[in-house]
Design a protein around this ligand. Structure first.
Ligand code: TEU
Length: 553
């Protein structure tokens, strides 16, 4: 079937199934729990779900370590539950994209078990085994969790590559059989009716086979040999042609450290690789070198520059994703210029949503974001579940980082911030479960929860509803040309989505002060389409006020 590019009209909601809704009260979210909440999602207005991995997995990295790509993890339910969920979604006009981890498998995957123990195994070449250099690993590469990226195995006196935990061995995509496996896996799910995939760290699949030492020393040593590697585009194209293009499917690639040029190659309309990608330049606005452990103050000017760079770079070709939360990021409340205080949490969350979601691209909303959920209130390292946090902690200790700094960085950086159970109501476990969940519920469930949000017409939830409705009904959101009207301003983000005769004008005050705004566009006739306050004075913006106006050109 021909690709209809439906993803350009999609509003995608990410579910992290462990934390969404526990239907059988074992402390973990599950598929039946998701089914219970589909009407909630439908009412919000979204029309597509990205589901973090639900495949069979030993859960070293909460499902991002897959041991069977065509089975459902028991904790989440059965294949029948999955099929029911899919049909209940489709009944409500909601599509489903799954999260596919193709760069690595679990070490418990039968392919790896066979490869590990037998040098002649047909699966040995599915992975990247190499002899060491004397007593040293084959290269000096380090991985994403700060660790050395080679693991020694005495059985065959060799090392295998793992860019994440050692329980997540990297696959060898230069082996055509590996590519064929994924063609079949993709077909398996698409034949069942799945609408597409979020492709985990997809730009790591092609490694430079010379295995040279990296010269960069700070983080991800050797990254130029394994990020955006030599055959990446060839392999993406193959997967597209041999599997995806047979269906009306979409893909969003998670592509770390990619430039506009890389992204244009991956998402350009004539390239037949991916539909769009997640790039992390904007979520790195408050760190150095794209590494969240090196914290930096937010700057609105930098934020606008980065967002604008991708808006302009993909204006005529390729396609943007629009997001600022996911299961790896800390919560946006109190981040990206917003204010976490009781007074401004809601108004500033609405402001951030307005200024990002009227850009050109497909919006992604992470579970709980529509409620303004906040970072975890866990304070002890031993209560943190995230494997990345523990791995990074080990590395940082070796580097003798000062304790106070370490504590602050960990609290900021731990991915558990985004993974606390969804807050449905104010009961003991927030209506997520009747038993103690796998990760502590945030105490602020008492006033931040879906029940309260739904009953309050002024809540972030209802604001999202209005925003989504507007986005769906306004073609300029899809097609209007992006023009930043105030690049240098330290408080105001103002941009046009220019059309013929009419344009959208989006203005957001990123500060807790009242700010005077001078814009010649505001002297033209306008209609207010969205406003996070009940009144509007075009000359003076209230704290965190944001509006979307339709203006006559
Ligand atoms: O994340 C890839 C990735 O780059 C992250 O490791 C990122 O650097 C880090 O989480 C930022 O804090 C993907 C998944 O989204 C993540 O959950 C997995 O752990 C990882 O791949 C391995 O599959």
């Amino acid at each position: 079937m021909n690709n209809t590019r439906w993803y350009k009209d999609a509003i995608i909601y990410q579910i992290y199934p462990r934390s969404f809704k526990d239907s059988d009260n074992d402390g973990f979210g599950d598929i039946k729990g998701i089914i219970e909440k589909l009407d909630y999602l439908k009412n919000l207005g979204i029309n597509c779900v990205w589901l973090s991995p639900v495949y069979r997995s030993p859960n070293r990295d909460n499902g991002y370590d897959i041991s069977d790509y065509c089975a459902i993890q028991e904790m989440f339910g059965t294949m029948d539950d999955f099929k029911l969920m899919l049909s209940e979604m489709h009944k409500r006009g909601i599509r489903l994209i799954m999260d596919l981890v193709m760069n690595h498998t679990s070490d418990q995957h039968p392919w790896f078990q066979s490869a590990l123990n037998d040098i002649n195994s047909p699966y040995r070449d599915y992975y990247i085994f190499r002899k060491g250099k004397g007593k040293k690993a084959p290269t000096n590469w380090t991985g994403f969790f700060g660790q050395n990226s080679w693991e020694y195995t005495s059985k065959t006196d060799s090392y295998y590559l793992h860019l994440f935990t050692k329980e997540q061995p990297d696959l060898n995509w230069d082996n055509p059989k590996v590519r064929e496996e994924f063609v079949n896996i993709i077909k398996f799910w698409c034949d069942m009716g799945v609408d597409g995939f979020r492709c985990d760290v997809i730009n790591l699949i092609s490694k430079d086979q010379r295995f040279l030492d990296g010269k960069n020393k700070i983080f991800l040593v050797g990254k130029k040999y394994y990020i955006n590697g030599p055959h990446l585009h060839e392999y993406l194209h193959q997967i597209n042609k041999e599997a995806l293009s047979d269906y009306d499917s979409m893909t969003v690639g998670e592509t770390v450290f990619s430039s506009i040029d890389d992204i244009l190659k991956m998402t350009g309309e004539d390239r037949e690789e991916l539909s769009m990608v997640f790039n992390f330049d904007h979520t790195s606005v408050d760190n150095f070198f794209g590494v969240k452990w090196f914290m930096r103050r937010f700057s609105l000017r930098r934020w606008k520059k980065i967002l604008g760079h991708y808006q302009q770079g993909l204006q005529n070709n390729g396609w943007n994703s629009l997001f600022y939360e996911n299961h790896d990021q800390r919560r946006s409340v109190g981040r990206f210029g917003t204010d976490g205080s009781k007074q401004y949490r809601e108004i500033s969350a609405k402001m951030l949503a307005t200024s990002v979601y009227f850009l050109k691209g497909t919006p992604f909303i992470y579970e709980g974001q529509e409620l303004g959920m906040t970072n975890t209130d866990i304070t002890k390292l031993e209560d943190i579940q995230d494997v990345e946090t523990h791995d990074i902690y080990k590395t940082a200790k070796k580097l003798h980082m000062p304790k106070g700094y370490l504590k602050k960085t960990i609290a900021n950086g731990t991915r558990d911030n985004a993974r606390t159970p969804m807050q449905w109501d104010d009961s003991e476990y927030a209506g997520f479960s009747k038993v103690k969940p796998w990760l502590k519920v945030n105490d602020n469930k008492l006033y931040i929860n879906a029940q309260i949000a739904i009953s309050d017409p002024d809540s972030i939830y209802h604001y999202y509803q209005r925003l989504i409705k507007l986005r769906k009904s306004e073609p300029l959101v899809k097609d209007g040309i992006y023009i930043d009207l105030k690049k240098k301003d330290r408080h105001i983000y103002a941009y046009l989505r220019k059309g013929q005769g009419e344009s959208l004008l989006v203005i957001a005050n990123y500060s807790k002060k009242e700010v005077k705004v001078k814009l010649k566009e505001l002297s033209k006739p306008y209609k207010i389409l969205l406003n996070n306050y009940s009144n509007f004075n075009p000359l003076l913006f209230k704290p965190y006020q944001s509006v979307v106006l339709k203006i006559k050109e």
